[in-house]
Design a binder for this molecule. Sequence first.
Ligand code: C2E
Ligand code: MG
Ligand code: MG
Length: 561
Amino acid sequence: MSDIEYRLSEIRKRVRLNNIVIFICIFFSVVCWFAVQLTGILAVSDPVQIGPVFLPLSSVRGLLTAIINLLCFIIVCCSYKVGLWFGTIIMGVSTGSMVMSIVRTHDATPLPGLITNISTIIILYIIAFEIRRVYKDSITDILTGLYNRRGFAIRVDKYILKKKNKKFHILYIRLKDIRAIIDEHGHEYVDDIICQIGTRLKNLVGLNGQVAKLDGREFAVAINDTMDPIDTAEKIIDTIYKKITVTIDDADMDFNLSSYVGIASYPDTAKDSAGLIRFSGIAAFNAINSPDKSYCMYEDEMVEDLHHCAEMEKTIKHALENKLFYLMYQPQFTSAEKKLRGFESLIRLKDEEGNFIPPSEFIPIAENTDLILRIDDYVLNMAMEQFAMQFRASEDKLILSVNVSAKNMASSDFVDRVLDIINKTSFPPENLEIEITEYSFAMSMDQTVENVMRLKENGIQVALDDFGTGYTSLSQLLKLPISVLKIDKSLIDDIVTNQTNCDFVDAIIYMGHLMDCEVISEGVEYLDQLNILKEHECDFIQGFIWSKPIEYNDALALTKE
Ligand code: C2E
Ligand code: MG
Ligand code: MG
């Protein structure tokens, strides 16, 4: 039996057991109730013998009533709804008959029983409502009033049990920028944002689905098959992205939040709530890495990817702790005279078995976590430490260019950390260049611009790496406060054969110079490429044509030449 089948059969067993207990309790309560009525009809005055004990009839009646009360409490504990209905009926009928008897006979003997009955009904209601409250709290998110993860899982499992094989979809929603908002504005804003998103999602799915708020910044939506999951995912992303206004202390603040949606379908992806929630979560995680769209249908390979990411994260942590990362340096030269401009530091990693892991494999995974911040710090420290003495002593102004992730550029303390490392290593700041990509501006325009300005104020220059691959237009480029433009290898590759690319590279060099930027072409491998770039007055060349990345000692020797 598979895990899922086992879980479902456990749930079914529990439900069946519950129903059996309720049935037995109801049965015996009814029997006891009839027995009580019988004692009333018999009106025997002699004590009744129960085993060796003789009990007066009133005591037998009291005993039976106590048993009925106890059984009602048990039923309430099994199902407060059934318990409440049954308890109200059985107690109500007894109470009614006692009142009638008192009115009819003017005899107050049943009065204590009557009071006991009424007290029992009240206690039954108190217990039932308390159980209901505790249960509701345990399945609801306090902030939004929506189902929480547990409640959502229970709902989904119940739906599966009830509507066997009826297709439905789970959409797992991850909010992207919440962490940054918490860091910048605190939790009050975020609570309000989360509530507004919850309401929007509820309005969006209406009666065709169920919305839940899972953990910190995640929601889940279950929709029936009348709604198209892809279409719904797109609508969810749109509805979340619409302006959210939060008012605190009479001040309005507007937010636009991006989100990622992962989709899992019943019964194709998984056959129980745990699987559906888990796999849709994995798909949402994959959507984060998807370059073209913000939603993803779950596919089996994603689990392998996730496993690979987890393994890689372990490898990165291990490498950081044991200082296994090392740096290679790729020289950059002036295009006209092949004079050394400086080096770009490029990180390298070998695993335990000595296999080389390329940065293109571990950098994107590190970028999904905060590990990239540690990697950047590690590289800045190591590169500056290695070249500080030589660069200070050199008469030429050589440049050390270091790649920095968008996440770092979007953090408010990045420049302070760079200045600390400069102080610590005594590296001359005017010899340092920070390479960022267009993605930094897309991720956080204001903070990135502020950081670039502060770096410049401190004499550090900033290069825009991989230019031509992203979405910055030439006109937007004019507004960015950068000093160096690096044209991406993909544009240089077919510069010889593709006239459009050649013209585009020419335009970039022209614009770069208009902006007072120096222009570097990356990935230059052939003489024809070099000649065209020289013709278009590209300032610097970085590529295998003149040098591959080299080891530190070779780089040091090159500076002394
Ligand atoms: P990038 O910053 O654009 O680095 C240039 C990449 O192009 C390097 O690859 C370099 O070896 C390669 N390259 C340069 N000239 C040629 C050429 O003529 N032909 C070919 N085929 N390749 C050439 P690498 O070292 O594999 O780095 C890949 C990317 O990984 C880098 O692209 C950068 O985005 C990232 N990276 C590398 N080191 C670091 C680091 O220390 N920190 C961060 N955050 N990212 C890094
Ligand atoms: Mg670079
Ligand atoms: Mg590059």
